[in-house]
Design a protein around this ligand. Structure first.
Ligand code: NI
Length: 273
């Protein structure tokens, strides 16, 4: 089976009281959750009528670690951005005295609104982050969102130097797994901790081949493609991960799991320093 680029998916969230693709409701609740958090918005560009917004700490601490969490690259993988809302609503504002946390809550707004994987131009926003001589470069595969992110690679590299987490879903699955990147050849505490945080909500996917890559105990480890997360690791992020929640399962449960994996990522990165 392969994932369809334009098949539309919708769910209803009980906890947010709206449909998974209700982008106006999403942005409205995002503004509410950001109140009280010392973060500043930087609009990286626009896709159709929607902004690609990055939120950075208002007062970054030069001696503290810097991590980035992103969601919403694939439009039908809606529990990522909604999980980000839940994560922000539960975030202790004091955390910004210990770590520089930046977020990209919704990278592909046109896909999110339509409830389909690709953006409205038929591009895959999580491909086309190729490296050449240590720099990310635009290629034929790059999307409009990707081009905006690549243009900000120096900033994004700084913001993710101690870790990058990106939250995806798999519409073909009933169980969860994680793509992980660590300097060691074998998956360590970072990867296992993220997988186990999802395992509190879903069964871990059985060993199998996914998109040609072997999944082992719920982890696809150190597999470099031209995705955003693998690009940031190649640019120097100390660790990276892409979480995959199962979109054949309950939507609110997936939102809660996305929140939990973000909390685990933050806690791990805090404890490393
Ligand atoms: Ni995805």
């Amino acid at each position: 089976m392969s994932r369809s680029s334009f098949q539309q998916f919708y769910w209803h969230s009980q906890q947010f009281g709206c449909a998974s693709n209700d982008i106006d409701c999403f942005y409205q609740q995002l503004q509410q959750q950001l109140q009280g958090l010392a973060m500043v918005k930087k609009t990286l560009g626009e896709i159709a009528a929607y902004p690609l917004d990055l939120y950075q700490p208002a007062e970054p601490q030069a001696d503290k670690p810097s991590i980035l969490i992103s969601a919403g690259f694939h439009g039908e993988e809606a529990a990522g951005p909604w999980g980000m809302l839940r994560f922000l609503s539960q975030l202790d504002p004091e955390v910004f005295s210990k770590i520089n946390l930046s977020v990209l809550p919704l990278v592909n707004p046109t896909g999110f609104k339509a409830g389909h994987r690709f953006n409205q131009f038929g591009e895959n926003p999580n491909r086309g982050f190729k490296l050449q001589e240590g720099r990310a470069v635009i290629s034929d595969e790059s999307s409009v969102e990707g081009k905006l992110l690549i243009a900000q690679q120096d900033l994004l590299k700084t913001l993710s130097q101690d870790g990058i987490l990106t939250c995806h879903e798999d519409v073909l699955q009933h169980s969860c797994y994680v793509y992980s990147f660590e300097p060691e050849q074998a998956a360590g505490a970072f990867s296992i901790g993220l997988r186990d945080s999802l395992a509190k909500y879903f069964t871990v996917a059985a060993d199998q081949t996914i998109d040609g890559w072997s999944l082992n105990k719920g982890l696809i480890h150190n597999h470099y493609d031209s995705s955003f997360e693998s690009c940031l690791v190649q640019l120097g992020a100390k660790r990276g991960a892409c979480s995959e929640t199962p979109a054949l399962e309950d939507f609110d449960q997936r939102i809660n799991a996305n929140c939990a994996v973000m909390q685990q990522f933050l806690a791990f990165c805090l404890n490393q320093n």
